[in-house]
Write a protein that binds this ligand. Structure first.
Ligand code: ZN
Ligand code: ZN
Length: 148
């Protein structure tokens, strides 16, 4: 297992996290919920096993919605500055989603796929060779880190 150790947190510094190991996958999610909640065209996330993500500082708030599966998705954010930190989809207990912009350094991510592409905004540009999925793919490709 990789010894990669990445720190991150919210904009104001109230909430800090630590992530170990390589992500299972990394993706831009274009679903409507992610767009509305983040105010962005898409949210960039990496999937990590839950045991690999630790909240080391702060007591973030949680916003819970129902996902497409009908099961809950818990999104963790800083109650002070509003930064979204991570998400826990109950339908997929094998991973949590960590917002890549929350990490202090996410330059180890080399490949992103695009999901929920039916909801890509007319003004969003996707690279022609990008791998796209209309929904959450049933499988996720491993993401190679810089040193693997
Ligand atoms: Zn904050
Ligand atoms: Zn989404």
């Amino acid at each position: 297992m990789s010894s990669r150790f990445t720190k991150g947190g919210c904009h104001c510094g109230n909430v800090r996290i630590e992530v170990t190991g390589e992500p299972i996958a990394a993706m831009h999610c274009h679903c409507v919920d992610c767009q509305k909640i983040t105010g962005a065209a898409a949210v960039a996330v990496a999937l990590f096993p839950p045991a690999n993500v630790n909240m080391t500082k702060g007591a973030p708030d949680t916003y819970t919605t129902l996902g497409e599966s009908g099961e809950k998705i818990h999104r963790t954010f800083c109650g002070v500055c509003g930064s979204l930190i991570m998400g826990k989809p109950e339908a997929m207990p094998g991973f949590v989603t960590v917002m890549l912009p929350a990490l202090d350094d996410s330059s180890f991510i080399r490949k992103m796929v695009h999901i929920y592409t039916d909801h890509i905004k007319s003004w969003t540009v996707i690279p022609k060779d990008a791998q796209q999925f209309r929904k959450m793919p049933l499988w996720v490709k491993p993401v190679k880190g810089r040193d693997t």
